[in-house]
Write a protein that binds this ligand. Structure first.
Ligand code: SAM
Length: 506
């Protein structure tokens, strides 16, 4: 083994380790976008990857010593191809088949097995250059270092700047170029084995194919994505937290986060009026209002109808959503430019972190978050979160939260009520029909003796009025309260209730 060849193999193991972690993170995060429940997706991806890597390592015993270089080059080329198209394959599986889960696990297994072959093959090659002790220590330390680099690059640079499809293609190109590098660096040995030409050709074909996909990738992604949504996509963005898609048909707008509908302009007023106006009608003061979530600005639009409102803190995790709500012409028209108004302070932070830190009291707190389909969201529907809200409310202050569907996910809806009660609130529950969502529920929470009677709403509304409001608290037998546990940080039941209710348990 020439010195330069050995050096090349060390660079290769480092780069291959970066790609290996990137593939795992890609499959885990793309599956989470499509299926939700990121804990489950990452557990499955990592589990299948590691087991398959074990399989690959075991299979390496069947590679004869004289074929090590040929097999290494082949492996890098095929890994490049498979890893490079992995995200595209996931899009196709989700968009056009019913076999996403099986396909995702098969992909993890195939990529994992190829990755598992890398370390033993390279270690055996390097052994010819020194002792086994040195070879193993070099290979493993570079492998682990590469993993660290990948886990830093992925969330901060690759995903936000390249997006998932191009990240996969770039990682695939790196593997294929490594394959070509093996072919060129060990030309002599491969010429002897008569594999130089065919391996060189394979590497070039894969590099050209991945390059062409990267060139056309944006268009392909847009086509796949538009097949997933009913209407024309007017904005699509992968933020550090979620996939944001805004669609439009005629005058109708819809916002999706990770494929889940957040509002449809045709009936969003029903949802937002029901969330905001009962709470503000009952609040002891409307001067200071806190909105958690609500990055689309539609809750803030309703809040700003009240002249007394002097200060609104809107805490939304994702700057990409609030930026869209501040800049997109369709959205600023719909939200009445709410997030650019002087009374509104947009804070891009996790709602829970904000609640833990803040101490200036609010007359009303409005919680407008996506459904608790993930543990990371469910924590904001927990007893602990509601206790923090109570501390931040002025005396007699009120809180209103969206609480998902009392019909489709009845356990979720009543578990949220139980959490509010366990946090010390008196709760008034209500629901209405929002055609785009179905039967939708909210809870109003205040101090003991909370009287939900509203004589009149002080601002113009399209949907809610005194009579409608008084009719919203009737729950028929299909939606009536049932005994469920409250969601607590140390006993997180809510996301599980949600997935059971939606029938998406694996
Ligand atoms: N009306 C919607 C519904 O029924 O699902 C909710 C709409 S609103 C757009 C939800 C917002 O919550 C999003 O902009 C998202 O970025 C934000 N969000 C998600 N997780 C959050 C967190 N942990 N802290 C604060 N905001 C969060």
């Amino acid at each position: 083994m020439p010195r330069l060849g050995a050096l090349f193999l060390l660079v290769a193991i480092f780069s291959a380790a970066v790609c290996a972690i990137v593939y795992q993170l890609l499959i885990g995060s793309v599956s989470s976008y499509f299926l939700g429940n990121s804990v489950e997706q990452f557990s499955l991806t990592i589990g299948f990857f590691l087991a398959a890597m074990g399989l690959g390592s075991w299979l390496s015993r069947f590679v004869a010593d004289h074929l090590l270089l040929t097999r290494l080059a082949q492996l890098e080329i095929w890994l490049g191809l498979l890893g490079g198209v992995s995200v595209g394959v996931l899009y196709v599986l989700y968009g056009y088949t019913d076999h996403f889960r099986v396909g995702m696990l098969a992909l993890s297994t195939a990529i994992g097995a190829l990755i598992g072959l890398e370390v033993p093959l390279i270690t055996r090659l390097l052994r010819g250059h020194g002792t086994l002790r040195a070879a193993l220590s070099n290979v493993l330390s570079l492998d682990y270092l590469g993993a660290l680099l990948a886990s830093l690059l992925f969330p901060y640079i690759l995903l936000p700047f390249l997006g998932s499809l191009h990240t996969a293609l770039v990682a695939g190109l790196v593997n294929a170029v490594l394959g070509l590098g093996v072919v060129l660096a060990f030309k002599g040995a491969l010429l002897e084995q008569r594999t130089f030409r065919s391996l060189g050709a394979q590497a070039l074909v894969v590099i050209a194919a991945l390059g062409a996909l990267a060139w056309q990738g944006e268009e392909l992604r847009a086509r796949w994505e538009s097949d997933l949504y009913e209407d024309r996509i007017v904005h699509s963005e992968q933020s550090a937290y979620q996939q944001i898609v805004l669609t439009r048909r005629d005058e109708h707008l819809r916002l999706y986060l990770n494929g889940h509908l957040q509002f449809a302009s045709i009936d969003e007023h029903r949802y937002h009026e029901a969330l905001v106006h009962p709470a503000l009608a009952l609040a002891p003061s409307r001067e200071r209002v806190l909105i958690i979530g609500g990055g689309d600005g539609l809750t803030a639009r309703e809040v700003l109808k009240y002249e007394e409102v002097q200060h609104v803190d809107l805490v939304d995790l994702d700057p990409a959503v609030t930026r869209l709500a501040q800049r997109n012409i369709y959205l600023t028209r719909l939200n009445d430019n709410a997030l650019n108004r002087r009374q509104v302070r947009v804070i891009n932070e996790d709602g829970f972190v904000f609640l833990q830190r803040e101490h200036m009291p609010y007359g009303a707190i409005l919680i407008d978050l996506p459904d608790p389909r993930e543990e990371s969201l469910a924590k904001l529907y927990s007893v602990e979160a509601y206790r923090l809200c109570r501390k931040l409310l002025s005396p007699q202050g009120v809180l209103a939260t969206q609480a998902s569907s009392p019909y489709h996910v009845r356990e979720v809806y009543w578990s949220i009520a139980a959490a509010l009660e366990e946090a010390g609130f008196a709760v008034h529950s209500y629901h209405l029909h929002v055609p785009s969502f179905g039967e939708w529920g909210f809870h109003l929470a205040g101090s003991a003796g909370l009287d939900p009677t509203v004589d009149a709403f002080a601002v113009p509304t399209r949907y809610i009025d005194r009579q409608v409001w008084s009719a919203l608290a009737v729950f028929d037998g299909d939606m009536a309260r049932l005994p469920v546990q409250a969601n607590r940080l140390d006993r997180p039941v809510l996301a599980r209730y949600y997935r059971q209710g939606m029938g998406t348990q694996f």
